[in-house]
Design a protein. Structure first.
Length: 311
């Protein structure tokens, strides 16, 4: 934590001298910069971080009209806003946990500290319906979202594949409670099903046209170096052994029996992709590139899984 604090004197000065929403956005941005915050949970700079905190706390949309920025705040609003700014600055709490709102694939989701904050490059793949690896003529009626967390990936998949049932599995009962909140809010309880499962244990005998897995993948070295903000997230959703691949190993060994004949597996391993070559030097992984940023996602077909892992 930074030695700098937002003291009562600083807060009182802000209450008396900051009048408008624009004033508070400017001041909050300056506070975020001077306190050396890490931005990695939906924004990558102090201004966007300030906007993502200040406007929702004032019950305003992120795209509020410019002229509204000159509206003055009441003292009660200022005091409430200051409490959230202090939590962000001094506790290093990520903004989505303060507002209980995160965005993924253009959709809003409820989040709290029971789940990771959505930030996967899978959003870009979902938007393109996994083209060119998945053709429009290839039927997709069953999808598995492995390690679903908030169910953001599962719900985005259901929105893109209108005819598909999506099983959203997670080992954490706490995470599944959040997943069910989002499934209900998006009114997809007839097509997205939250299931407690340690990898594939909760879906025995089930086969899927598409498996999308975003397992924990942070290795031991990176866990030691994570910024304070990430320590608010559940370690169960981040850490996966010395090389970050404990859960991924199990997925690769068991996925083939849960895929249809033309089925595809997509897995995100982030920075732990550096360990994949050493672990599977000849595996036929297709590593994907992203126009909107992101790395460490590979694709492999059922046939390739059978030939390499079940030989």
């Amino acid at each position: 934590m930074s030695e700098l604090q937002i003291t009562e004197e600083i807060a009182e000065e802000a209450y008396s001298e900051l009048l408008t929403i624009q004033d508070w956005l400017r001041w909050t941005t300056s506070q975020f910069v001077s306190h050396g915050l890490f931005f990695g949970h939906g924004t990558d700079n102090a201004w966007d971080e300030a906007v993502s905190l200040v406007l929702p706390i004032l019950n305003l949309p992120l795209d509020a009209p410019t002229e509204l920025m000159q509206a003055k705040l009441t003292r009660t609003e200022k005091i409430r806003l200051m409490s959230y700014i202090v939590a962000r600055v001094e506790d290093r709490t990520p903004v989505p946990y303060l507002t209980n709102q995160a965005w993924f694939a253009g959709l809003p989701f409820y989040v709290d500290e029971r789940v990771l904050i959505p930030r996967s490059p899978f959003a870009e793949l979902i938007d393109s319906r996994f083209a060119p690896w998945l053709s429009d003529s290839q039927p997709v009626t069953r999808i598995l979202d492995m390690c679903t967390g908030s169910a953001c990936i599962a719900i985005a998949l259901a929105n893109k594949f209108d005819d598909a049932q999506v099983d959203a599995v997670d080992i954490s009962y706490d995470a599944l409670e959040v997943a069910n909140i989002n499934i209900s809010e998006h009114m997809l309880y007839d097509r997205v099903f939250a299931i407690q499962s340690d990898v594939f244990s909760g879906v025995p005998g089930q086969k899927y046209d598409l498996i999308v897995a975003n397992p924990p993948y942070v290795d031991a070295e990176d866990m030691e170096d994570l910024p304070d903000e990430f320590h608010h997230e559940p370690e169960l959703g981040l850490s996966s052994g010395d090389d970050g691949l404990d859960v991924t190993r199990t997925i690769l060994m068991e996925a083939a029996e849960h895929l249809t004949d033309q089925g595809l597996l997509f897995v995100e391993v982030g920075n732990s992709m550096v360990h994949m070559d050493a672990l599977y030097p000849e595996a036929p992984f297709t590593w994907l590139d992203f126009e909107r940023g992101g790395l460490g996602v590979f694709m492999i077909s059922k046939q390739q899984l059978v030939e390499y892992f079940n030989r």
